[in-house]
Design a binder for this molecule. Structure first.
Ligand code: 5AD
Length: 534
């Protein structure tokens, strides 16, 4: 994946014409043979009509979009874990356990890292070694290598709708094989599965490759088969300000809808402050609907996903249950259509089936206790909703202006200009100039804005809140606070506190400067931590 600079630039020129326009069926079908030729199992899905008729035979209770619609209508929140292992029989057993013992409403199949990087030969070695050693040596299910028949065995073995969850900048072949294989939802998007997951993939490239995925889903929809699509909400998973993740989710929803996708779930990763989290989901749902309607996509069914804490977890399982439960409270109040659950073994890596079941059961307990009391309205939530909505609108309008009305061109230009940015992203396609920090109450704010398209008034709002925290903690707003915040939850609290004996008088008027060295080390620390557990 490490492209030299010249190849990166070549990648840019090849795809620089990418615009937000629905691909004709002809264009899609012309691009298809080259995609299917990238691995030998591609040949198994050549016949689209066969894939469509297989999908038409999937019973209603296993169709993702119907489950989401029913949940939204009934005011219920569904629960979905993450899970993927290297071998087919083990994946089947794992899903059955999550369904029966964990009572998961929706199931996943998490794809391994080799497949995410299109390294199918390495995935093959992983499969062979897993079979040989009798345990999974891959960190997910290599669906492309296993191929069509194996995917159908997996989807037929479960009694609930199943989604493909991954982190793949170029997911074209993966989408072809898994949709033909009976999965009824597909996560990701050209921004959200590039910037947090890759270093050298140009944004134009991933946006174009995800147009292919969305057009494939659009084509299924034209043939009467609705597949749910879910932009990956949490991005880098570490203190992403809600306006950033919401703006990206809304852009990806618009791009998917343009290619004919009719069922879209926009996601949000828990930040930790209850009021901000609830407001973020309210704002996301409302604004996304507004933008979809404005672009003529009023037929799209929109739902929401709430991700339990995506940052570092406490090692201690009892403490981890606390984090899981707190996320569930926020998700329940927010009225999200589904919760993506974590396990008490999150700090250790990929959970066992048993730990995954425990996460599901803890989530279910809290969610059930909230059944009669969903929704949270108070001044704090309204204020946060107002702020997040104003910020998200400014980011989206800036991107649209830069793209002269085209959200794809606008996205490319906005990330180039730093008008849109993602904190701690490893990708060269994002500036990585913004630095998030918590305020006194634990809400995620912005310390360094770079060229982010937020006006002076909104920036001043953030600055004031940070100075309030500095006064309360008797220390200057500094990069140390950011570092303390990043590790706080894993150490048992939300807001990072100064270590004993390090209090100083805050510098006058100062948010303090952040050196490049500090910026670099934070980015390296967090993304590395995030990426070892993709
Ligand atoms: N099974 C279960 N969870 C997984 N995750 C990644 N791969 C798997 C897998 N194969 C989870 C990580 C983290 C999130 C990003 O995805 O534990 O919570």
């Amino acid at each position: 994946m490490r492209l030299p600079a010249a190849a990166y630039r070549k990648g840019l020129t090849e795809v620089s014409e990418v615009v937000n326009k629905k691909w004709s069926r002809r264009r899609f079908l012309a691009a298809r043979p080259a995609v299917l030729a990238t691995w030998q199992t591609g040949g198994q899905v050549e016949n689209l009509d066969e894939a469509l008729s297989y999908q038409r035979g999937i019973p209603e209770h296993k169709r993702f979009h119907l489950a989401l619609r029913a949940a939204d209508t009934g005011g219920r929140t569904l629960i979905q874990p993450r899970a993927g292992v290297g071998l087919v029989k083990d994946q089947i057993e794992l899903l059955r356990t999550l369904e029966t013992e964990g009572q998961a409403d929706l199931l996943p199949t998490t794809i391994d890292s080799y497949t995410r990087l299109n390294r199918y030969s390495d995935a093959q070695t992983g499969i062979e070694e897993s079979a040989h050693s009798g345990q999974s040596l891959l960190n997910g299910f290599p669906a492309v290598n296993h191929g069509l028949h194996a995917c159908r065995l997996v989807t037929e073995a479960a009694g609930r709708p199943i989604e493909v969850r991954h982190g793949t900048p170029d997911a074209r072949l993966l989408a072809e094989i898994t949709l033909a294989g009976g999965f009824t939802a597909f996560e990701g998007g050209g921004i959200s599965y590039n910037l947090p997951y890759a270093k050298n993939v140009p944004l134009e490239r991933s946006l174009l490759d995800w147009q292919y995925v969305d057009r494939l889903v659009g084509l299924y929809a034209e043939e009467g088969v609705e597949i749910n699509r879910e932009p990956f909400g949490p991005l880098t998973g570490t203190m992403v300000p809600p306006c950033i993740s919401n703006a990206v989710a809304i852009i990806e929803a618009l791009l998917a809808a343009e290619q004919g996708v009719r069922s879209i779930t926009v996601g949000y990763g828990q930040c930790g402050n209850l009021y901000q989290d609830v407001a973020a989901v309210y704002s996301l749902r409302r604004l996304c609907r507004e933008y979809l309607d404005r672009f003529g996509h009023d037929a799209v069914h929109l739902s929401t996903a709430f991700h339990q804490w995506m940052g570092g977890f406490p090692q201690d399982e009892a403490q981890a249950f606390g984090v899981i439960s707190w996320g569930t409270v926020a998700a329940a109040f927010s009225g999200a259509t589904k919760i993506i659950s974590k396990s008490p073994q999150e700090a250790m890596g990929i959970p066992t089936a048993h730990a995954n079941v425990q996460g599901l059961r803890a989530t279910r307990q809290v969610l059930s206790m909230f059944k009669e009391q969903q929704g949270l309205s108070c001044t704090e939530v309204s204020r946060e909703d107002e702020i997040i909505s104003a910020e998200t609108t400014q980011l989206l309008e800036a991107a649209l202006r830069l793209g002269e009305g085209d959200p794809v061109q606008g996205t490319v230009r906005a990330f180039q200009a730093g008008a849109l940015d993602v904190p701690f992203a490893p990708s060269r396609a994002a500036r990585g100039a913004i630095i998030p920090i918590r305020d006194l109450h634990g809400a995620v704010r912005i310390l360094e804005f770079g060229d982010l398209a937020l006006d002076g008034e909104l920036r001043a709002f953030h600055r004031d809140l940070l100075e309030q925290r500095a006064r309360a903690e008797e220390r200057a707003v500094s990069f140390q606070m950011v570092t303390d915040d990043i590790y706080a939850v894993s150490k048992g609290r939300l807001v990072g506190k100064p270590r004993a004996g390090t209090r100083v008088r805050p510098a006058v008027g100062g948010t303090g400067g952040i050196s490049d060295a500090e910026r670099g080390s934070a980015a390296a620390g967090t993304t590395a931590a995030y990426r070892v557990r993709p």
